[in-house]
Design a protein around this ligand. Structure first.
Ligand code: F6P
Length: 545
């Protein structure tokens, strides 16, 4: 058995980490800080405009050393090289994983099967830019000659969450003359509410789907076409009001969209890694090509850092390894992502697909069941809102909930002292979580004895803080790439395929079968379990009561 195929928990570095955990349980943050006046600066790293402070994680120098030894034993460096080198590291789908080529600069080279893919990427970008110029300048007219003022992106999963998150995050940079809407859910309410106040003559739909077969997207696209054609009075109007983003030219043509109005990408771009491909067309329309290019430059800066920096200074590697430590040794089963910037309100939702569809896996690359926990649950809300809701549990609950705080030195919207208040809360939260408040401190405040236990904060709750100068397209690109590569690092440690998503198939297939049963003859025999049968009968109104 080669070193790489060794089960994770039998590796020397894993065993050393286990012993290290058993001896110190990561230590007490109060003591770790008291023992090292410079800890706050030493346990930090910086790259691509992002500063990562991981000093309030329950790690010592020894922990980091052992985690890096684990990364080396698991061959993380070779995995990074394999990804950037275009190897088919998505083994269960036999695909390369080259989203880093989407942001490689023009003129550079990234090879797949002996072919440099960068020119193809740049060619699509150039077409997107020309299209955006025509829409934003008003040169592209709708079927009745009106200028396009509304853009509706129809897509789901990676074909929605990235575009929504990028639009919301970069809204400050957006052309306010364009109304951007996003329709994802097969629930008709999503489409109806997104379009109820729009003039079809001024509305362009972008049908975004890597496969162009996804039930929700195809259903919404058909409804959109019916809505648009009914309002505009001709099938021919589709040419001016629908464009597609897909890898499936046949599917696009069958739907009735001219492939001249299709922006392509490739099977080596996973859906959840596609916001910087043509799937970002709505983003580019909103913020303009120059800002889109700046976002790509931010992604690329983090890619280069990830590819070349030593692990000790490598932000995605450090973040990924600390995530493994928290997940597998501290036993933390969730991670809260807490952006202190209202524009990042959809960032946690975006990260849920990125992290959980990637690392929510139960078998190794070779197909054996894993004998350790893999990806944790990611969730979160922007601060300070969350402080008045779920932070109680993070501070005093019985579970360890590691948190990522994200903050910016400068606000995009200067308003009185709001930003100082916002930032004061970030710093206060991480301090409170790390150091808590002891019984003695609570008593010293004159707290009645019966209330003392209620007012104690244990502290020692692990957090990281990611800080940048300001939320810019570049910063957003770097931030997303940071998480992408930290997910990659974790997948490499856990030995799983972070790029497939077989877990979404069973429900999809069952729904296809059940939809026939909802629409077929009433009273037809149902062959599900008794619960599912009863629910279907109740929905159909054929329950016996
Ligand atoms: O169902 C999961 C999934 O396959 C995601 O991985 C993907 O981002 C999403 O569906 C949408 O797929 P598509 O872009 O092919 O419509």
């Amino acid at each position: 058995m080669s070193e790489n195929a060794l089960p994770l928990t039998t590796r020397a570095a894993w065993k050393a980490l286990q012993a290290h955990w058993d001896a110190q349980r990561g230590g007490q943050l109060r003591e770790l800080f008291a023992g090292d006046a410079k800890r706050g600066e030493r346990f930090a790293a910086e790259a691509a405009g992002l500063y990562l402070d991981y000093s309030k994680q329950r790690v010592t120098e020894e922990t980091i050393k052992l985690l890096i030894a684990l990364a080396n034993e698991c061959g993380v460096r070779a995995r990074i090289d394999a990804m950037f080198g275009g190897e088919r590291i998505n083994v269960s789908e036999n695909r390369a994983v080259l989203h880093t080529a989407l942001r490689a600069p023009a003129g550079s080279s990234m090879m797949l099967d002996g072919v440099n893919v960068v020119p193809q990427v740049q060619a699509v970008l150039a077409r997107m830019e020309e299209f955006c110029r025509r829409i934003r300048s008003g040169e592209w007219k709708g079927d009745t000659g009106k200028r396009i003022k509304n853009i509706v992106n129809i897509g789901i999963g990676g074909s929605d969450l990235g575009p929504v998150m990028a639009y919301e995050s970069l809204r400050w940079y957006s052309d306010r003359a364009l109304t951007m809407r996003f329709v994802s859910n097969v629930d008709g309410t999503d489409f109806v509410e997104a379009t109820r106040d729009l003039d079809a003559a001024e509305t362009l739909f972008i049908v975004s789907s890597k496969t162009f077969t996804t039930l929700e997207t195809m259903t919404n696209a058909q409804s959109a076409r019916a809505w648009s054609v009914a309002a505009l009075g001709s099938e021919a109007s589709v040419a001016k009001h629908f464009v597609a983003v897909s890898t499936n030219a046949d599917g696009v043509a069958k739907f009735g969209i001219d492939t001249a109005n299709m922006f392509g990408f490739w099977d080596w771009v996973g859906g959840r890694y596609s916001m910087d491909s043509a799937i970002g067309l709505s983003t580019m329309l909103a913020i303009g090509p120059e800002n889109f290019r700046a976002m790509l430059a931010g992604f690329h800066a983090m890619d280069e850092h990830f590819r070349t920096a030593p692990f000790e200074k490598n932000l995605p590697v450090l973040m990924g390894l600390i995530g493994v430590w928290n997940n597998n040794f501290l036993g933390a089963s969730t991670v809260a992502v807490l952006p202190y910037d209202q524009y990042l309100k959809r960032f946690p939702a975006y990260l849920q697909q990125l992290t959980m569809e990637s690392n929510g896996k139960h078998v190794t690359l070779g197909g054996s069941p894993v004998e350790y926990e893999t990806g944790p649950v990611y969730w979160g809300e922007p601060g300070t809102n969350g402080q008045h809701s779920f932070y109680q549990m993070i501070h005093q609950g019985t579970r360890v909930i590691p948190c990522d705080f994200i903050a910016f030195r400068k606000s995009l919207n200067t308003l009185g002292n709001h930003h100082d208040l916002l930032m004061a809360n970030v710093f206060a939260q991480t301090e409170a979580l790390a150091f808590g408040k002891t019984e003695e401190q609570v008593r010293a405040e004159g707290t009645p004895e019966a209330l003392v236990p209620h007012r104690v904060f244990e502290g020692n709750r692990p957090t990281s803080t990611i800080m940048a100068e300001q939320l810019t397209p570049q910063t957003l690109g770097a931030l997303v790439a940071l998480y992408e590569h930290s997910v990659f690092t974790q997948g490499a440690i856990w030995g799983i395929d972070s790029f497939d998503q077989w877990g979404v198939e069973l429900g999809k297939a069952l729904a296809q079968k059940i939809v026939g049963e909802l629409q077929g003859p009433a009273g037809a025999k149902l062959a599900h379990d008794s619960s599912t049968n009863a629910l279907i009968r109740r929905y159909r109104g054929t329950a016996s009561g």
